[in-house]
Design a protein around this ligand. Sequence first.
Ligand code: PMP
Length: 390
Amino acid sequence: GTPFDTTTSSTDVHDGGDGGSAVIIDLDHGNPTMYEEYWKQMGDKTTVVIPGWQYISYFSDIKNICWFLEPEFAKAAIRLHNLIGNAVTENHYIIVGTGSSQLYQAVLYALASTDDPNPMSVVSAAPFYSSYPLMTDYLKSGIHRWAGDAYNFSTDEPYIELVTSPNNPDGSIRQAVANGNKGILVHDLAYYWPQYTPITHQADEDIMLFTISKSTGHAGTRIGWALVRDPKIAKKMTKFIEINTIGVSKDSQLRAARILQAVSDDYDSISNVKENERFFEHSYSVMVKRWKELRAAVDKSKNFSLPKFPPDTCTFSGQTFEPQPAFAWLKCEEETVDDCESFFRSHNILTRGGKHFGVSPKYVRISMLDSNNKFKIFTDRLSRLSSMKS
Ligand code: PMP
């Protein structure tokens, strides 16, 4: 499949009430529509109105390395990181991107465009995020090329290693693994937020990528940000975005700023918002509930299995809990099922198979972030598949 298509919709689906399996449930993409309900309840708190004369200029802050970065957005991102304690923002430059997807390409450009005539290798430990190989190679760039699983990679040359933690697709907590001493690490921390995993430390890496798509769920706003220590790399990333799209939508940055501000405001000491109505408490409890339901459906039989994660204490919430990732990395254990994606497709559940992530087709990735309605139909259907005799 393509990394993204337009067949998913956030509109509710119905299973006909007969517990049948006619309705196609698409959980292939990590489309975060789960968050719609919360933001609907928040009413006008994050509504942004932009008059026609405003934000006409290409420029935002010409004194900043990232001259198209809206100061209000930068301020809101720093404030949120300080509140959650998931990343160090001091001594880092902020680069805004059209999703963290654009920042991924900007970072490859910044790190790989050297005088070396050979393309620089880009690796990540399997199972890796299925878009990395596609985004690395689709333009057949002469400066970088996808070199696959970091576990099987060894070199004396410079290379780039993507460290995705928690990992997409399997939710694991990760460190660099490639065998080489000239690796440049890029930390993709899209899921390092307290609804998915205990926050155990303030990440202080040289290059860190974040996105609003997975933090607050506003994937359609297309805003991501990079925290970059080296000003030379920050400048080159900015140059890439300048050549690529001459900056990043100010309307979107403004909207993203408003959303991040609203999230942080609820944690202010003067806020009178109830604890369970604050964004991260709310999204945490939805994930607790979903993982409980998913494990209950899977544990009914030996047909399927899920990864187990060790619990840890979250410095943000004070709670001790097991990671509850944005994706379920499910294995079809039955010997007769070689291709887990096809197995689920035959039951009208669309998932993404292991081969997209560089591993066995016995695995599938299933989004845990879709609407309540789709998730319910999915777990009901999975329960029935679990109860079937193998
Ligand atoms: N990195 C990871 C690990 C992801 O899972 C995603 C979204 N699926 C992205 C980056 C890209 O996010 P976006 O472009 O929406 O910011």
